[in-house]
Design a protein around this ligand. Structure first.
Ligand code: HEC
Length: 488
């Protein structure tokens, strides 16, 4: 969204921000203490320092500070007071802090959400005299780690050359290939992506390529990286998550890793949003390897959520699809994907005993805030579970996000103005299964979606089944580790 990035212009160092916040906070408090102003302290009403600051520092300041993604800072009494009216509106509508999945449909790590009590507290203050209160009550200004959030990575990759993004015009997707030069397979437990220029980097997705195809495409393009509409141009052999504003890097739980095969390239798909000035970007990625070989691998299985052929002007187009899970799996995360016309994504599971399990529900799909959502506790999904995926789209002129005026018929495609209906299910598998699930051949990148499914749809599940048959064991999470190298 345009306004997101227009405001994020000031590139101030984080140290600077924290100090500035401290100084202005205390200086201001001292100044106001002497002014006649609000009598809240006398009446015992809510104050900024005691009631509001702790909430705003914890839930808003990570993005609402200089150099970050939000259009203004919320670090001081003056900041918050100045934006009081808008804040009132965005917290009651739960538009802020931004978090798309519906509360209660999946218990996700890192959920950004104010409790009802916190909203009441903020409301109470916003509707009062908006007193600042005692300086002594003001909590320490929030500190944000500088540099790598998880400490020094084991491997740091940097885009070999900076890429220049034009001042104006449409958003751009650009793909950059970063050779990993690994001489052995590695297990990654955390990844941190750091954009070089937050004014223009909207979000980034990290893929792996063992085919060399991404490198070829890059070599064929004279500029750094290559463009492929909204798509990739190759079938990724894996993924390493993504980055969007506000995303905090996290380590996978002990004993779980993402496999990165030797010879893989890391492929960054970056979404750029022009800032009004010519800008350059040179991103850095840090990888943290598991210290011990993990027993479980975190892998992604892609499912197509339905066929798409959306008539021009159609306000409420729905598509859905279900599939039956052919083997026991542990579901660790979910990553729905659609483009600009999408309004709603819902995924539910019906267990063999008839129990309904919410997987994720995004009632107000926002292409700007896509994320990989990880469950607090991986969910056991037994064989025979029926998973239902539903997507809803608005292809009318009333949809402010509709990229085409007047609306046109929209079908499946990789370009931003095409649509998609995909759900990546992140499941945990035994490490020994790894060789069996490396995808080969065509895939999402070659318009597999247009065909709408069939055999490839359950590619990984099939591989798991085959492996189970070969091993004479069901590949559940309790299955005994097998020696690598068997099968195939
Ligand atoms: C993860 C980052 C993030 C967090 C956390 C966050 N915001 Fe925002 N906020 C944004 C961005 C980005 C925008 C710009 C509008 C947009 O893209 O939705 C914004 C816009 C706003 C606006 C202007 C709304 C408008 O319509 O222009 C207000 C007010 C606001 N935020 C208040 C808050 C408050 C209060 C909190 C904490 C309770 C908060 N935000 C937490 C990122 C964040």
């Amino acid at each position: 969204m345009v306004k997101t990035f227009v405001g994020a212009g000031l590139a101030v160092s984080v140290v600077g921000i924290v100090l500035a916040a401290r100084c202005s906070g205390t200086a201001h408090a001292a100044e106001v203490a002497g002014t006649p102003g609000p009598s809240a302290n006398l009446t015992g009403g809510p104050t900024f320092n005691k009631d509001v600051a702790p909430i705003v520092f914890e839930h808003c300041a990570s993005c609402h500070r200089p150099g970050e993604v939000a259009p203004f800072s919320l670090l001081t009494y003056a900041d918050v007071k100045k934006h009081a009216k808008e804040i009132d509106q965005v917290i009651t509508s739960r538009q802020m802090p931004p978090w798309r999945p519906e509360h209660g449909y999946g218990d996700f790590i890192g959920e950004r959400r104010l409790t009802d009590g916190q909203i009441d507290t903020l409301e109470g203050w916003l509707k009062s005299e908006k007193a600042e209160g005692n300086a002594a009550d003001l909590p320490a200004a929030p500190k944000f780690p500088q540099g790598w959030q998880l400490g020094e990575p084991d491997l740091v990759l940097k885009m070999p050359e900076a890429y220049t993004v034009k001042a104006e015009g449409r958003d751009e997707f650009r793909i950059f290939v970063l050779p990993l030069n690994l001489t052995e397979d590695k297990y990654v437990e955390a990844v941190e992506y750091r954009p070089g220029n937050r004014k223009i980097v909207h979000h980034a997705l990290l893929y792996l390529d063992t085919s060399g195809r991404a490198k070829q495409l890059d070599d064929a393009d004279p500029l750094p990286g290559y463009g492929h509409g909204g798509g990739l141009g190759f079938m990724p052999s894996g993924g390493l998550g993504g980055w969007a504003p506000g995303v905090t890097p996290r380590r996978l739980p002990d004993g779980i890793g993402r496999l990165v095969k030797k010879g893989s390239d890391l492929v960054l798909q970056t979404h750029f949003h022009p800032s009004g000035k010519v800008e350059t970007e040179q991103s850095t990625v840090g990888l943290y390897f598991a210290k011990k070989t993990p027993q479980k691998l975190f892998i992604s299985t892609m499912q197509i959520g339905g066929r798409l052929d959306i008539p021009a002007g159609e306000k409420n187009y729905e598509t859905s699809r279900s599939f039956v899970v052919p083997t026991d799996v542990k579901l660790s995360g979910v990553f729905p994907h659609a483009h600009l016309l999408c309004k709603e994504v819902q995924v539910t599971a019906t267990l063999p005993d008839g129990k309904e399990l919410p997987i994720i529900w995004i009632k107000d799909w926002d292409w700007d805030w896509q994320d990989e959502y990880l469950y607090q506790h991986p969910i056991d999904i037994p064989q025979g579970t029926k998973v239902f995926m539903r997507f809803r789209y608005d292809n009318s002129a009333d949809n402010p996000r509709n990229p085409t005026t007047p609306p046109r018929r929209v079908r499946w495609g990789e370009q931003t103005q095409d649509e998609m209906a995909l759900v990546f299910f992140q499941i945990l598998i035994d490490r020994q299964m790894a060789d069996l699930i490396t995808p080969r051949g065509r895939g999402i990148a070659r318009g597999q979606g247009a065909a709408g499914g069939g055999d490839r749809r359950q590619f990984i599940f099939q591989k798991l089944m085959e492996a189970a048959r070969r091993n004479g064991t069901a590949p559940t999470n309790d299955s005994k580790p097998k020696e690598a190298g068997e099968g195939k």
